[in-house]
Design a protein around this ligand. Structure first.
Ligand SMILES: *Cc1c(COP(=O)(O)O)cnc(C)c1O
Length: 390
C-alpha cells in the first residue's frame, strides 16, 4: 500500500533532516577521537561540548551535569543501579510506579534480586501517581524515588514537581524517566527539583542509540560502564560524536519549536480523540484527558484485539501501536493498561496513535474515515459483540 501515515512517534521518530545535516560531517570529515589532541579531535570535542550545552539549556541544567549515554534504557539503568550502588550503605529501599517503562521496571526487578526492596505504587484510573502515596511509601531507608515524567503508552503527565518535593522533604533523591516528555513538555530541573533525568534521541528526531542522563551536581552515582575517563569518569567509551551532535540539535529544535507545535498537536490529538469516541461505540479513552502528552491518543475498543486492528491499519499504510512496541508479539495485555484497572477485554483492544511535527490534518481525516469500518469489521467476527448487541 502506498499511503504512508506514521502514527507511532512514541515508538520512534524519523531523524529530522536538519539533524542529519548537522551530523554528517562528523562521520567523514571530523571523525577525530574527542580525547586526542590534534585539530580534528578538537573539532569533535568542541562539537560535543556545544551539544552538551544545547541539551543542558533545554532542561535548565548546567552542561557538566549532562552525561551522554547510548539511549533511554541505558540512562534509566544508570540512574537506578548507579544510585543504588552508591547509596547501598545508607539504604536499600526504592519507590517507583507500576506504569514505568520496562527499562525502569526490569532494572528494579534486578535490584530486588540484589537485595533491594522496591515499592511499585499504583496509579488512579487516569494513570496518575499521587504525591501522597509517595510520601506514605517512604521508609527509613528509602534512597530513591523514580517516577516517569510522562507515560509512553497513555500519555499521562505526572505531578513531577510535587513528587520531587515530597522526596526532598525526606532527603531522598528523585529520578524521572523523561524520555517521552523532553521536547514535548516544558522541563526545568532546577524549578522542578529533579536530581536525575533520562532522555533519548530517537523519540525526538535524533537517531537511535544516543541519549543522556542529567545528574545534578553532587549526586552520588556509580558508573554502569567502566573503561576510559570519558564523561568525567561517569561513562566510559569513545564518544558517539555524530549521535551527540544529532541529539543536541534535535533537543534544541524540539524545545525551540514547542510553543508553536504544541497547540497544533493538541488540536489534532483532540480532534482524533473526540472523532473516534463519537464515531465508534464501546470505545474509551485511556489516560488523563488534559494532563496528557500533546501527541498521544490511546483508545480501547471493547470486543476486539488490538493486534488485528494494527494489521488492517497496516494494510492501509498506517503505522500504529497497541500496548507498547516492546510487549507486542506477546499475548499479555500491557502492564500499563492493567495497572489502570482496565478489564482484560479493554486492555487487549487498545490502539495507540502518537503524533508529532510531521503529521498533517489530512492524515487525521484519513484515519477518522477508515477506523470505524475496521472496528466494525472486526467486531462482526466477535461472538462477545454479538451477545452484547443481542
Ligand atoms: C523509549 C523509551 C525508553 C527507552 O529508550 P531507548 O532509547 O529506546 O533505550 C525508556 N523510557 C520511555 C518512557 C520510553 O518511551
Amino acid at each position: 500500500m502506498q499511503t504512508k501515515i506514521y502514527f507511532d512517534h512514541a515508538a520512534t521518530t524519523p531523524v529530522r533532516k536538519e539533524v542529519l545535516e548537522k551530523m554528517l560531517p562528523y562521520f567523514t570529515e571530523y571523525y577525530g577521537n574527542a580525547s586526542s589532541v590534534y585539530g580534528i579531535a578538537k573539532e569533535s570535542k568542541q562539537a560535543m561540548e556545544r551539544a552538551r550545552k544545547q541539551v543542558a539549556d533545554a532542561i535548565g541544567a548546567k552542561p557538566e551535569e549532562i552525561c551522554f549515554t547510548a539511549g533511554g534504557s541505558e540512562s534509566d539503568n544508570m540512574a537506578l543501579r548507579g544510585v543504588a550502588e552508591a547509596l547501598e550503605k545508607r539504604g536499600k529501599h526504592i519507590i517507583t510506579s507500576a506504569i514505568e517503562h520496562h527499562a525502569v521496571l526490569h532494572t528494579c526487578e534486578y535490584l530486588e534480586k540484589k537485595g533491594f526492596r522496591v515499592t511499585y505504587l499504583p496509579t488512579d484510573a487516569d494513570g496518575k501517581v499521587s504525591p501522597a502515596d509517595v510520601e506514605r511509601a517512604i521508609e527509613a531507608d528509602t534512597i530513591l524515588v523514580s517516577i516517569m515524567f510522562a507515560n509512553n503508552e497513555i500519555g499521562t503527565i505526572e505531578p513531577i514537581e510535587e513528587i520531587a518535593a515530597v522526596a526532598h522533604k525526606h532527603g531522598i533523591l528523585f529520578h524521572t524517566d523523561a524520555v517521552q516528555a523532553v521536547g514535548h513538555v516544558p522541563i526545568d530541573v532546577e524549578k522542578m527539583g529533579i536530581d536525575l533525568l533520562s532522555l533519548s534521541g530517537h523519540k525526538l528526531g535524533a537517531p537511535k542509540g544516543i541519549g543522556a542522563l542529567y545528574i545534578r551536581k553532587g549526586t552520588p552515582i556509580k558508573p554502569l560502564i567502566y573503561g576510559g575517563a570519558q564523561e568525567r569518569n561517569r561513562r566510559a567509551g569513545t564518544e558517539n560524536i555524530p549521535g551527540i551532535v544529532g541529539l543536541g540539535k534535535a533537543v534544541e529544535l524540539a524545545v525551540n519549536s514547542m510553543e508553536e507545535i504544541t497547540p497544533r498537536l493538541q488540536q489534532m490529538r483532540d480532534r482524533l480523540i473526540d472523532g473516534i469516541l463519537e464515531k465508534i461505540p464501546y470505545s474509551k479513552l485511556n489516560g488523563h484527558r488534559t494532563d496528557r502528552l500533546p501527541g498521544n491518543c490511546n483508545i480501547s475498543f471493547s470486543y476486539i484485539e488490538g493486534e488485528s486492528m494494527l494489521l488492517l491499519l497496516d494494510a492501509l499504510g498506517i503505522a500504529a501501536s497497541s500496548g507498547s512496541a516492546c510487549t507486542s508479539g506477546s499475548l499479555d495485555p500491557s502492564h500499563v493498561l492493567m495497572a489502570l484497572g482496565l478489564p482484560h477485554e479493554q486492555a487487549h483492544g487498545s490502539l495507540r496513535l502518537t503524533l508529532d511535527w510531521d503529521n498533517t490534518e489530512e492524515e487525521i481525516d484519513f484515519i477518522l474515515e477508515k477506523l470505524p469500518g475496521i472496528v466494525e469489521r472486526l467486531r462482526q467476527m466477535s461472538p462477545l459483540y454479538e451477545a452484547v448487541k443481542g
